[in-house]
Structure formats: C-alpha cells, structure tokens
Design a protein around this ligand. Structure first.
Ligand code: ADP
Ligand code: MG
Length: 277
C-alpha cells in the first residue's frame, strides 16, 4: 500500500460547536426540536464521525456548521471566527454525488476553479494528481453516465478535495454504494485525507465505517439528538481495507452497538446473541 503522508503539512482548522441546538418552526404553533444542545470541540485536522439513528439531527447539525441553516441556540466557531453565514473554505459531499451530466468527470472537478475563480492551471494539476491517485485517469474524459456508481462517487470526492479546503463536511457520502465499493472508497478517502489532514466531519450510519476512518466518534441519541459518547479511536493509519475481526477494531464497534442497543436503536446485538445467531 502506498502512503501519501502529508508532506504539505497540516491544513485543517479547529471547529467549536457550543451549546448548539435546533428547533424547527420556532415561531409556529408546532415547534419541533430536531437537536438537543450539543457541545463538540474539534481540534484542527481531526477526522471526526457522527453516528446516530436516522432523524436524530445529524444533517441538521452539519448544515449549521456549514452556515447554511440558522441555529436556535449556541455558537459555532470555525478557525476561531463565528459562523453566521456559509463558510467558504469547505468541501461538502452528500450521498448523492451531484455531478453534472453534461460535464466530463474532469470538468466536473474543475467546477470549483470556475465557481471560485481559482487559477485553472493549478487546480487542473491537482485534479490530475487526484485522478491518478484514485486510479481514475481513464475516467477523466468520460461523462457521469459512462461511469459506475463507485467511480462517480470517487470523482465527487476529488471535486470535494481539489481546492484543498480546510474543512470537509460529508453527509453519508457512501450511502448509495455497494459494500465492496464502499470499502475501496473509504480507503481512498483516508489516503486523500492523510495528504493534508483537513478537519473532517463525517456523518454515517455505518459504525464500521466510522471506526475505520475516524480519530474520534460522536455517538448521538435518537431524536432530538444529544451526545451520548465521545470515543477516541486509537488505531494506526493507514488502516487496512478489511478491518474484520481485529480485536481493537471490534471493541470500538461493540461499544457503539451497545449504546444503540441500550437506546433501543438496535436490538439483539450483544456479542452473546451474535454468536448464538
Ligand atoms: N427543514 C425542516 N423542517 C422541519 N423539520 C425538519 C427539517 N429538516 C429536518 N427536519 C426534521 O428534523 C429531524 C432531524 O433531521 P436530520 O437532521 O435530517 O436527521 P438525520 O440526518 O440524523 O437523519 C427529523 O425529524 C427531520 O424530519
Ligand atoms: Mg441525514
């Protein structure tokens, strides 16, 4: 395995989430609390995952960090500055790859250069490097419809990273991929992240994926979400593509599953029941 350890130095910025909560329809007769007050201090360059049941407020929290949704309480600081409008030096990735059909893979990646008015040559050079690193050179001049789901998602990853953002926000980016492709893209993401170590907030409902990727995992309760555990993952990097039964890996996964079982999100996941089944 080739490692591309960050020769360019670290580039992430710290993010502070302080007492941040969300009530939708605050001024209506039926306000809905989507997120309980949450405190998370994220150091520069940390890869942090948020796991929790569907509807617990993960996407809501991410949109508030991005400055795309108003908070109901608290404050968010990105690199020490209050977030009260959309943050700019950010790469955002969603489950849907959102590539434009009428642009080739390469030109989709170059969107950032066009939209942000960046130097095309510099961005093109980085883009080529990233295509190469993800073994996608052959796909550069193809249109999204000519690519597999996994390839499209990797092109989308390149687009998220090509302008070298300080912050990356990913909301279940691999949700639409099959299990094997998901493993590959997870490993590719780790490799890319190791180059510059931007600060990453990664939302997933795959516990294995969270443990495979993260420095730290925030476990949320069901709606309205609150933080129930904050776990530091001390596994060496780069992590193997198949984490399998390694005991250190399994103990993190179990710890999170236990939370979900206790909160009624999962049933019958204790090690004993799993062995019996
Ligand atoms: N714009 C909105 N207006 C009202 N309710 C919303 C809105 N966006 C999300 N919600 C509700 O807030 C809760 C949390 O949503 P979301 O953050 O998308 O959850 P998650 O990403 O954890 O699945 C859900 O019950 C959802 O239906
Ligand atoms: Mg969501």
């Amino acid at each position: 395995m080739t490692t591309v350890q960050g020769s360019a130095g670290r580039s992430g910025v710290p993010i502070s989430i302080r007492n941040v909560s969300k009530v939708f329809g605050e001024d209506t007769e039926k306000p809905f609390r989507a997120l309980s007050p949450v405190d998370i201090e994220i150091p520069a360059g940390q890869f942090i995952s948020i796991v929790g049941a569907s509807g617990c407020g993960k996407s809501t929290l991410m949109l508030m960090v991005a400055g795309l949704l108003k908070r109901s309480s608290g404050e968010i600081l990105c690199d020490g500055k209050p977030v009260d409008r959309p943050i700019t030096n950010v790469g955002i990735a969603f489950q849907d790859h959102l590539l434009l059909d009428f642009r080739t893979a390469f030109e989709n990646v170059m969107l950032h250069a066009d939209i942000r008015g960046l130097d095309r040559e510099t961005v093109a050079a980085r883009a080529r490097e990233l295509f190469q690193q993800l073994r996608l050179e052959h796909a550069m001049n193809k249109y999204p419809r000519q690519l597999s789901g996994g390839m499209r998602q990797r092109v989308s990853l390149i687009r998220t990273l090509v302008h070298e953002p300080d912050v990356i926000l990913m909301d279940e980016p691999f949700g639409a991929l099959d299990a094997l492709t998901r493993l590959q893209v997870r490993t590719d993401l780790e490799q890319l992240w190791l180059r510059r170590r931007p600060t990453v907030i990664f939302i997933t409902h795959s516990v294995e994926e969270a443990v495979g990727l993260s420095d730290r995992i925030i476990v949320m309760s069901p709606s309205p979400g609150e933080v129930v555990d904050d776990i530091t993952v001390e596994l060496p990097r780069p992590r193997p593509i198949v984490l399998g039964d390694a005991p250190e890996f399994a103990s993190y996964v179990d710890r999170i599953h236990q939370h979900f079982e206790r909160m009624g999100v999962l049933h019958g996941v204790t090690p004993q029941t799993r062995m019996a089944s």
